[in-house]
Write a protein that binds this ligand. Sequence first.
Ligand code: NAD
Length: 262
Amino acid sequence: MRLADKVALITGAGSGIGRATALLFAEEGARVVVADYSPEGGAETVKQVKAQGGDATFVQVDVTKAAEVEAMVKTAVGVYGQLNILHSNAGIFPIEGPSYEMEEDMWDRILDTNLKGMWLSCKYAIPELIKGEKSTIVTTASMAGIRGRAYRIAYCSSKGGVVMLTKALAMELAPHGVRVNCICPGGVNTPLIRPEGMTEEEFGAREVPRTPIPRVSDPREQAQAVLFLASPESSYINGQAMMVDGGDWAGTTQGIRRAESR
Ligand code: NAD
């Protein structure tokens, strides 16, 4: 087991990538703190972890609120006595529209959750992480943190910020033996991007022609990358933004498509 004796705190673990990571971490022996503002989602994740024989505790938190994030970390350490891994992952992706029409509230909500929430989670977790040896932080950025996207100015800005937060923290925490990396997912089959009314199966089967692996990913495929970055298997990897995007960022398959259509 790759995470035996470890305690992992995962924000946004009530759904999607965070839930998949909680399940995979527990399979690998970690005790898992499931943090989310949705009590229903959090309870479901804890239920699933326990059903597979793992140990998990739910903590309700709004990652935009410093006092709640501080309490989240206190609860984690209170229950399990230590903290070794933080997966700072909670995020939102509301419809934005043109940048010049977006309300200030929308900008604040997205930046507060996706960027400030990541910083707050790190801020309160770091003093606990540096007490142990070889602790790790994995943040969830996005392909949108590397590549611009129309009508997504706040989301792209927040995720670009997460990439740089990750790199800056990696520099700061290296002397403490804490590695910090992020994943940059492409499309993932979660409620965040699944169109309303479409089932998980239908969405998972949908083709994404632009992507070299022409489909969205399963949340577990993101969790596998988080596990790698959180575990000693990536012991010399630090400050990296790992694209988990089916090859989308690497280039284009346009040449093949053109040749085949001739
Ligand atoms: P999801 O909606 O399935 O899960 C997100 C979870 O975060 C939810 O359980 C939600 O309750 C929680 N959350 C939201 N705001 C919160 C807050 N203020 N405090 C505490 N919890 C909060 O989405 P997901 O796809 O699993 O997204 C996880 C992360 O992955 C996000 O940061 C998202 O931006 C990123 N991401 C997702 C995709 C994708 O295609 N799904 C692609 C790139 C990046």
